[in-house]
Design a binder for this molecule. Structure first.
Ligand code: SIN
Length: 515
């Protein structure tokens, strides 16, 4: 059995995982497990920006109020206060690390609006490439650290305990199980967008960290809170959808119906800059009433020069589709974007199981309530990633790291034996079929508008799929991904059945659906 030893093992290489690794003491040996490569994460895809109150006319109180109001006021107030009050400091830290936010001709950082914000407080970089710029900087810093090892194309399979203490994680690399010995695990594996047919997320966002935590005994919360982004580029081809940042509406973009008429005034007095849950529901309502598959986004009031500079990524993408933002409307529709629920954590990233921490999208401090305010997600990665690291730094004194290895070898071998009985994977087709089935069920029954009877059908369908999946156990990431998708789907559906409508979880009664 191949064994690696680390003081801390971080699962996931998005902003929360990597920022945590940077904030841990340099004396600690850190492993970062990533299913793909460091340059591929949903953090990289974040376009619009990062929210922070930096303008003298803005206030922390206003950012807190907007975050709470977007979250239907069911947010954890302490988490919100912490997030907002630490934001300016974290922005300065990013600048110190080398991130260059966009500035005006006087060298002042530019800010913009997004849905649900009552002030311009979204900082951005290279126009609409904020996530990419931040991640390039953070990855660059991580690569300089000798104490951080990146274990790429590696999937975490199981957290192992001995005498009720975390002793390590079994991972799958190159179709082989490997044991990583550690007493501290940080789950930072991101969201669950791949459970849906259409998502802004990478296809590898299958909720693996949620299942890892659940099987280790960690509690989960608000699993039905899946946020749908109102404006992904609509096209008939492809399931992964290109994001059209809310900042386009922040710069004056308007949503239009099939007759090219603005329609948001029918739904909310904040119009196109209402919070994300409201805009997504309004678009779906408009699409249903007009029997259309998308609405339009109109930003034609701006010049080509402005749009090319302000939204270079989107401009280039649309140009490939022969859409020119200065003269053509953009076809858009809501798609699965962000997971608000997840692994229950306190404000230091501690889950309900000692030795297991979680931060970023996979975790839930309650900071986002029932609907995340736009551009609070990169910020969450920084604020709670750092707090997670600080807590671990205090926990791991030089004396107690890697102290127990000799007693556990036999215990691990027993655990590995079970997995080693899995056959090799000879055919990917069954797993792709299962993925497709899960996505169909979730998209049809657990999307933006939900209904109890349909959710019950969805639960039965997912249970059946899970049973079939288990017949196809194999030593390949695809098997574990599909199995994880089943478990996460079950949890989303069960919570959706249990909870009344709030924020992004919107249920109608069966009679509404029939009428
Ligand atoms: C966007 O740019 O619209 C997405 C940013 C976010 O998810 O907050």
């Amino acid at each position: 059995m191949k064994t690696i030893k680390k003081d801390v093992l971080i699962i996931g290489s998005g902003l929360s995982g990597l920022y945590t690794s940077l904030c841990l003491n340099d004396t600690l040996k850190i492993g970062v497990v990533t299913k793909d490569h460091m340059d591929k994460s949903n953090s990289v895809l974040a376009q619009g920006g990062i929210a922070s109150c930096i303008d003298k006319d803005d206030s922390l109180a206003s950012h807190i109020k907007d975050t709470m109001s977007a979250g239907s006021n069911v947010n954890n107030v302490d988490a919100v206060t912490l997030l907002v009050s630490k934001a300016p400091k974290e922005i300065h830290k990013l600048i110190d690390l080398g991130v260059q936010f966009d500035k005006d001709e006087h060298g002042m950082i530019l800010t913009t609006l997004e849905g649900g914000h009552s002030h311009k407080r979204i900082l951005h970089a290279k126009g609409d490439a904020t996530g990419q710029v931040i991640m390039e900087t953070v990855v660059g810093q991580v690569l300089k650290k000798e104490n951080i090892e990146i274990l790429k194309q590696t999937m975490a399979i199981k957290i192992v305990f001995h005498s009720e203490q975390v002793v390590g994680v079994i991972v799958l690399n190159n179709n082989q199980f490997v044991f990583i010995e550690t007493s501290v695990v940080v789950i930072a594996s991101g969201g669950i967008g791949a459970l849906y047919r259409h998502t802004t997320n990478h296809p590898f966002s299958t909720g693996d960290g949620i299942v890892l935590a659940k099987e280790a005994g960690c509690s989960l919360v608000d699993m039905c809170f899946v946020q749908f982004h109102p404006t992904a580029f609509y096209s008939k081809e492809g399931d992964k959808k290109f994001l059209i940042t809310e900042a386009v509406r922040g710069e004056g973009g308007k949503l239009l119906d099939r007759n090219y008429k603005p329609f948001m005034s029918k739904y909310d007095k904040r119009l196109d800059l209402a919070s994300r849950d409201v805009v997504s529901k309004s678009i779906v309502d408009c699409m249903q009433k007009q029997n259309i598959k998308h609405v339009w986004l109109d930003i034609t009031q701006h010049s080509k020069d402005f749009l090319e500079k302000r939204f270079p990524t989107i401009y280039a993408f649309l140009k490939k589709h022969e859409i020119y933002m200065e003269k053509s409307y953009i076809p858009v529709a809501p798609v699965a974007h962000y997971f608000i629920g997840g692994i229950t954590t306190d404000l230091d990233g501690r889950t309900t199981v000692d030795g297991i921490y979680a931060c970023g999208e996979v975790s839930s401090t309650g900071v986002h309530g029932a609907n995340r305010l736009a551009s609070n997600s990169l910020l969450e990665c920084l604020v709670f990633g750092k707090r997670t690291a600080n807590h671990i730094n205090k926990r791991l004194t030089k004396n107690n790291v890697l102290s127990q290895q000799s007693q556990i070898t036999q215990h691990i071998q027993e655990q590995m034996k079970v997995l080693d009985q899995f056959p090799p994977c000879n055919d990917q087709a069954p797993y792709l079929k299962f993925k497709n089935l899960i996505q169909s069920v979730m998209t049809q029954y657990a999307g933006i508008i939900r209904e109890d009877k349909a959710l019950t059908i969805a639960y039965e369908d997912i249970c059946k799929i899970k049973q079939e999946v288990q017949e196809f156990k194999a030593v390949c990431p695809l098997y574990f991904e599909v199995f994880n998708m089943c478990i996460v789907a079950e949890q989303v559906i069960l919570d959706a059945i249990e909870k009344d409508s709030v924020g992004c979880h919107y249920k109608i009664s069966s009679s509404d659906n029939e009428s």
